[in-house]
Design a protein around this ligand. Structure first.
Ligand code: ROI
Length: 161
């Protein structure tokens, strides 16, 4: 079993519902168990500011799917949830699923880089991840708790439901 952390984000449509539905979809993947879900967080857009705030979360799954196979599955979930891939890389989206960590593996392929590029600087990844895995050590050897300490919170807020 591989422990895999996935980041979820949405800033179009009913974002909180999208994220919750995506968790259910992840839970029902073959050879996969949903282990833990963070709270939902509201975050300010990184990148162009003329887009709505985001809802973000992080989940832990255990899976036998390979990284490539899991990527296919997460992309399928994205399109089932109305994601339209646009050339505008940093634009708004109904659902974004990012494979953040796949066990201690490091992977650098055209389609897939693990650990996810940029995760170490993103408060909307680090804080939800810390909520569900406070003891985590990244494949580079850095402690998640150290990264969180040096990452500005930038308006990130836990959403109450
Ligand atoms: N900004 C926030 N706050 N949350 C995201 O999930 C997110 N995703 C993105 C970009 C456009 C980089 N900005 C984001 O892809």
């Amino acid at each position: 079993m591989n422990q895999v952390y996935i980041g979820l984000g949405s800033n179009l449509g009913q974002s909180a519902k999208q994220i919750q539905a995506a968790c259910h979809s992840l839970a029902s993947l073959s050879e996969t168990k949903l282990i833990r879900c963070s709270s939902l967080y509201q975050s300010l857009p990184m990148g162009p500011q003329d887009q709505p705030n985001y809802v973000n979360a992080v989940v832990l799954i255990e899976t036998e799917l390979s990284p490539e196979n899991l990527l296919q599955q997460t992309q399928q979930i994205e399109s089932q949830h109305g994601r339209v891939r646009k050339s505008n890389r940093w634009g708004p989206r109904t659902l974004d699923l990012d494979i953040l960590l796949y066990g201690q593996q490091q992977l650098d392929k055209e389609q897939l880089t693990i650990p996810h590029i940029g995760m170490k600087q993103r408060e909307f990844v680090l804080y939800p991840l810390f909520e569900i895995a406070p003891e985590l050590i990244l494949p580079c050897g850095e402690k998640l708790s150290d990264l969180v300490l040096t990452c500005p919170i930038n308006g990130l807020q836990i959403m109450s439901d």
